[in-house]
Structure formats: structure tokens, C-alpha cells
Design a protein around this ligand. Structure first.
Ligand SMILES: *Cc1c(COP(=O)(O)O)cnc(C)c1O
Length: 458
């Protein structure tokens, strides 16, 4: 028996009390929020699985780094701690801090994209897609067919279909493809990883057609964990070795440090090419701040440097990913329809399968999320028709492949007993699923509507 795998490899030093509310209280709270999960006050939420972004707990060493942060405008030691850590871990020489991941996208795309471009990827995250479309460019997604089957236990559902990528490269003029963005793990396909083999072969294709390969690296450490635990030949490598190898095939990355950076705010761009770095500097200064802090406080850069080293330790990742797998297993035991296998950061409930009587444009996953909050004060988030926005050309609701309720687990925050509550309350919804109604929009903005839209029951 390995007793050390049975419990977390950390202990708790500071706690924050949670509020337990009544059913009546929650019904009123969500009604007042316009049935928007983003509209709820966090103090009214019992277990908050809205996102794993910026919601993690920092370690004692990160808090110590905060106290030692250097707030100098230029040449801060905290910047160099961050830069050296990224150089060491990712092997990418040039680093630009940004205030979060989408800011990194903004700076990078300002230098690389022009109207009419096409940006291929496995599947872009929603802010990435919005930044592409905001510049009147288009996406092209190349997930494999395995990713489209929710029941399949295929271990690398973030992989790209290399044949399709090649025919796209062949038939599209090269000056319309500014870069390929590989999202690791692929958030939009359920936090599913990309295999090393797929990365290597994609690199070969990009070399053949002379296309830059960038990673959207928000969950690069979780991706490395899956390579170590699922891909043959990597079992005995350390996470840091795998990370280094993964990034050796990239020309650069954008990073949301709020994920695998283990900090509450921050991001960065890292690139291999000096000319590109020099181009990016201007946009960083314009949008973010001077190139040695780019929207981050010195103390936050210092905490990020420590966080990146902690998140690439096997022990931490094993705790993290096992907790997601634990919630997945509990839900599965109750018979709740899920996306398989468990992702790295979240469990995805298949709302269209659980509520087949609600059509996609009546937002079944949003209805499920609202009902889950009312049931137990657990907050998830809709990944479905609401998130997919309208097609900018036709103005019609896009129909995504799935209607999902995502339960994203913050890093080092909740215990498995909290996960038991989540699974048990979903089971209560399963029992009364036929009585759950569809929803309609009563207010919607044009872009990224899911953040601020308001809804009501039909
Ligand atoms: C969160 C996220 C982003 C955007 O990062 P922010 O820090 O929220 O701006 C981009 N890509 C992926 C894959 C993400 O998960």
C-alpha cells in the first residue's frame, strides 16, 4: 500500500469560512442575478466551480515571494526571477509579462494577424477566438474524430487530425496563416491533453509548410502530467523534462498564469525569435505597460516564478488531477452523463444527454447550472449555445457539438468531501430532470455574451 498517494501532499494553513444558505435564499439570489451564474455574489456560493482561473490557493513560499516582490519600473529582480524560471522550464528565451492570458493574445495578435487571416488550431479557447474574430480573421479547428465522441475514453482528445491539417496547409495560401495555435490541454474539448507524438508530428508539418507553431499554454503542466501517465515512453521522465521537450517543438506561447501558474492574476508571452520579440515589445508598452512588468506587479511576478516551479512537480499534479478524476468517478457512479475521460481541470456534465427534452437554443446546460445552484449552492458554468455566441455573419445562434455544464476545480482549494457534495446534488437533479425547463435570453451583448447575458425560464 502506498499511503503517500492516499492524501494530499500539503496541509492547510489558512481557511476561509463558507456560507450555507437555504433553498429560498438561493432561488431569490439567482433570480436577482438574472439567472446568470456570473451575476451571483461569491459569498452566496457554497462550492464555487465556475472556473479554475485565478481561483487557486498560493503556497507559503509564494506568499513569502510576494513580500519580497521588487516593484521597480524597470529592471526589477522579480521580472528576472520570472524570466529565468520561464527560460529554464520552457526553454524559450524571450519573455513578455501581461496582465492575463487574453492580454498576451492581444499583444501577440496585434503583431501577427491581419484582416482575412485564418488561424488554425485544435480548438481555440473563447477569448482566443474572440480576439481572432475581432480582427476580422477566422478560425479553423482540427480536433480528431475521437474528441467528438463524448463516451470515448481516448486518452488524447486534444490531438489534431494531421491529415486534415496538411490538406488545409496545402490548399490555403501561406500568407493567410499567421500561426498555428495548439491549446494544451484543450480547454474547449474538455481539458483534454495533446500527446507528445501529436506535437512532434504537427511540428514536422509546420516545418514542411513554414508555419509558426504556438502553444496556448494555460494548462501545460496538466498536459505534461497526462503525457507522463498515459503515453508510452514517458513514464520515467520528470514533469519538468516533459515540459521542456514539449516546448522544444514550439515557436512560442501565450500563457494565462491564472491556471498552471498557480497565481490569482497574470500571464505572459514567451518566444524564440528575437525579431518577433522586438515587434511585440511595442504592443506590450502600448496595451500593458513597460516590457519588464507588462501589467503585473513585481510581487505577482515573484509569486508566479515560484508557482511555475510548484505546478511542474509531479506530487502537486497528482493531487490536482486525481481530485478531478475523483469527482468524475463519483458522478459516473450516480449515472450522470459525462464527457469521458476526466479532463485535467474540470468535469463536464453532458446536459443535452441529461435533459434531452430541452432543445439547444433553450440553453439546457445553463438550465442545469441554475438548477444545480438552487439545489446545493454549487456554481458551475455553461459551455454550450450560450457560450458559442451568434455567428457574426448570419446572426443565428451557433450550434456547438455539445451542451455542457463545466465543473472546474480550483487548485488546492477544496477537499474531496466538497466533491462528494457536488456529485450528490447532481444526483438529486438527475432524479427530477424531467421537470427542468428550458431558458430564454432577456439581455445579450454582441461579443462574449455568456459573461453578462441575462435569462429567464421559458
Ligand atoms: C483562461 C484561458 C485563456 C485566457 O486567459 P485569461 O487569463 O482568462 O485572460 C486562454 N486560453 C486558455 C486555454 C484558457 O484556459
Amino acid at each position: 500500500m502506498n499511503y503517500f498517494d492516499m492524501a494530499e501532499s500539503y496541509k492547510i494553513k489558512v481557511i476561509e469560512n463558507l456560507k450555507k444558505t437555504t433553498l429560498e435564499y438561493r432561488k431569490k439570489a439567482i433570480e436577482e442575478a438574472g439567472y446568470s451564474l456570473f451575476g451571483l455574489k461569491s459569498e452566496d456560493v457554497f462550492i464555487d466551480l465556475l472556473t479554475d482561473s485565478g481561483t487557486g490557493s498560493m503556497s507559503n513560499n509564494q506568499w513569502a515571494a510576494i513580500m519580497k516582490g521588487d516593484e521597480s519600473y524597470a529592471g526589477a529582480s522579480s521580472f528576472f526571477e520570472l524570466k529565468n524560471t520561464i527560460n529554464e522550464l520552457l526553454g524559450l528565451p524571450y519573455v513578455i509579462p501581461t496582465h492575463q492570458g487574453r492580454a498576451a493574445e492581444n499583444v501577440l495578435f496585434s503583431a501577427l494577424l491581419k484582416e482575412g487571416d485564418i488561424v488554425p488550431g485544435n480548438k481555440h479557447f473563447d477569448t482566443t477566438l474572440a480576439h481572432i474574430e475581432f480582427r476580422h480573421s477566422k478560425e479553423a479547428s482540427f480536433l480528431t474524430d475521437e474528441a467528438k465522441d463524448p463516451e470515448s475514453d481516448y486518452p488524447f482528445k486534444g490531438n489534431v487530425d494531421l491529415n486534415k491539417v496538411e490538406s488545409f496547409f496545402k490548399t490555403t495560401s501561406k500568407d493567410k496563416i499567421p500561426l498555428f495555435i495548439l491549446t494544451i490541454t484543450c480547454n474547449s474539448s474538455g481539458g483534454q491533453p495533446v500527446s507528445m507524438e501529436n506535437i512532434i508530428n504537427l511540428r514536422k508539418l509546420c516545418d514542411k509548410y513554414d508555419i509558426m507553431l504556438f502553444f496556448d499554454a494555460a494548462r501545460f503542466a496538466e498536459n505534461a502530467y497526462f503525457i507522463k501517465t498515459r503515453e508510452k515512453g514517458y513514464e520515467n521522465k520528470t514533469i519538468k523534462e516533459i515540459v521542456k521537450q514539449m516546448f522544444s517543438y514550439s515557436d512560442g506561447c501565450t500563457m494565462s498564469s491564472k491556471k498552471d501558474g498557480l497565481v490569482n492574476i497574470g500571464g505572459f508571452i514567451a518566444v524564440r525569435d528575437k525579431n518577433l520579440y522586438e515587434k511585440l515589445q511595442q504592443f506590450c508598452i502600448l496595451f500593458e505597460g513597460f516590457i519588464m512588468y507588462g501589467g503585473m506587479a513585481g510581487r505577482d511576478m515573484a509569486a508566479l516564478a515560484v508557482g511555475l516551479n510548484e505546478s511542474t512537480e509531479f506530487e502537486y499534479l497528482n493531487d490536482r488531477v486525481s481530485q478531478v478524476a475523483y469527482l468524475h468517478k463519483k458522478c459516473k457512479e450516480y449515472g450522470i452523463p459525462l464527457i469521458n475521460p476526466a479532463g485535467g481541470h474540470a468535469v463536464f456534465v453532458n446536459a443535452s444527454k441529461m435533459l434531452p427534452h430541452i432543445p439547444h437554443d433553450q440553453f439546457p446546460a445553463q438550465a442545469l447550472g441554475v438548477e444545480l445552484y438552487i439545489e446545493s449552492g454549487v456554481r458551475g458554468v455553461e459551455i454550450g449555445t450560450l457560450l458559442a455566441d451568434r455567428d457574426p455573419q448570419t446572426g443565428k445562434n451557433r450550434k456547438p457539438d455539445f451542451e455542457l455544464l463545466r465543473l472546474a476545480i480550483p487548485r488546492r482549494v477544496y477537499t474531496n468531501r466538497h466533491m462528494d457534495v457536488v456529485a450528490a446534488s447532481l444526483n438529486e437533479l438527475l432524479k427530477r430532470k424531467d421537470k427542468i425547463r428550458g431558458m430564454k435570453l432577456v439581455y445579450e451583448p454582441k461579443l462574449l455574451r455568456h459573461f453578462t447575458a441575462k435569462l429567464d425560464w421559458i
